[in-house]
Design a protein around this ligand. Structure first.
Ligand SMILES: C[S@@+](CC[C@H](N)C(=O)[O-])C[C@H]1O[C@@H](n2cnc3c(N)ncnc32)[C@H](O)[C@@H]1O
Length: 309
């Protein structure tokens, strides 16, 4: 859905001096396409993963000082822009979740298909890894995380097994957790939904990286950073992320006046216009080319008014 993201942002990025922020640089594919397709635009790109910054730094080197790469969590966007002396931007892109590099590097512990240390931190220089979550959180908290972030119906069953096992020996590696989940689930639950460990791994990853709480702050901050006529595009890969984006966009696109006013005053007028009808999905062809794109949901919006409240 790369080209669709660029098309959504394009009308805001045609003028010289425009600035676009890629909040999820990863391996720099989207950033490279932005720099190539919009030759008058400056790029600021963030990632919390230092390895991603190193690799994409090499990839984007040919663009020289048109690209500024910053090690930051994306809810720090307002601080990053203030430090760079950029008050407003014309475009913002989020391509959420983990990168293929993070999934493919077995020792990062994101993938349930390979045995690896249970880490899952996108920024390995800070915070606690998945093993510590699993070994130290109270059972009730683990059940809540698996239910909420993994939409795992068998959360209680899995957590009971985890608690039994961790008392014998703390978890360190993914294979033991995968095996435990497989043994803990009833046959019927294993027949659908792919690898039975998938939902637990997703839940742990979201918890370890505080993904939803960061996103909850980051999307309003990004909308706030947009100049009038600036545009934002967000690609999500799971329903909780997409719901959050949908809520922020819908709130921005709503009239907030009390009902019954004959004329809606400026301060109650929407500050966003939605650019996508609902969430756009990948085409069958895109999914055939890249299986990981299957759950993608794309939403776009345009800033149409300053805040006057
Ligand atoms: C799906 S990948 C982006 C891929 C990228 N669009 C490309 O073309 O290669 C998501 C990236 O966002 C980063 N990321 C995820 N959450 C983040 C956050 N809260 N702050 C900063 N970076 C984040 C991850 O480290 C990962 O590198």
């Amino acid at each position: 859905m790369l080209q669709r993201c660029l098309d959504l942002l394009a009308p805001a990025l045609r003028s010289p001096g425009s600035v676009v922020v890629d909040c999820t640089l990863g391996l720099g594919g989207h950033s490279e396409a932005l720099l190539t397709q919009f030759p008058d635009t400056r790029l600021i790109a963030l990632d919390r993963d230092k390895e991603a910054l190193r690799l994409s730094g090499e990839r984007l080197a040919p663009f020289g000082d048109r690209a500024t790469l910053v090690h930051a969590v994306y809810d720090e966007l307002p601080d990053v822009l203030a430090r760079l002396g950029v008050p407003r931007v014309q475009g913002v892109l989020f391509d959420l979740g983990v990168s293929s590099m993070q999934l493919d590097e077995a020792d990062r512990g994101f993938a349930y298909a390979q045995d690896a240390p249970l880490d899952m931190r996108m920024d390995q220089s800070t915070g606690i890894g998945a093993a510590e979550v699993l070994n130290t959180y109270p059972p009730g908290e683990l059940v809540r995380i698996l239910r909420m972030y993994g939409e795992e119906k068998q959360a209680k069953r899995i957590v009971s097994a985890v608690v039994r096992e961790r008392e014998k020996e703390p978890f360190t590696n993914s294979a033991r957790l995968v095996e435990l989940i497989r043994d803990a689930l009833p046959q019927a639950a294993k027949r659908t939904g792919g690898n039975p460990a998938k939902r637990t791994f997703q839940a742990l990853r979201i918890e370890v990286n505080g993904e939803l709480s960061v996103l909850e702050k980051a999307i309003p901050a990004a909308v706030g950073a947009l100049a009038v006529d600036g545009r934002i595009a967000v690609l999500s890969y799971q329903s909780l992320e997409d719901r959050l984006v949908k809520q922020v966009f819908a709130a921005g696109a709503a009239v907030t006046a009390p009902p019954g006013l004959p004329v809606v005053p400026e301060e109650y007028q929407p500050r966003l216009k939605l650019l996508t009808r609902g969430a756009e999905l990948p085409t069958d062809e895109e999914v055939a080319q890249n299986r990981r794109a299957a759950p993608a949901r794309l939403r776009g919006a345009q800033r149409i008014r300053e805040d006057v409240r």
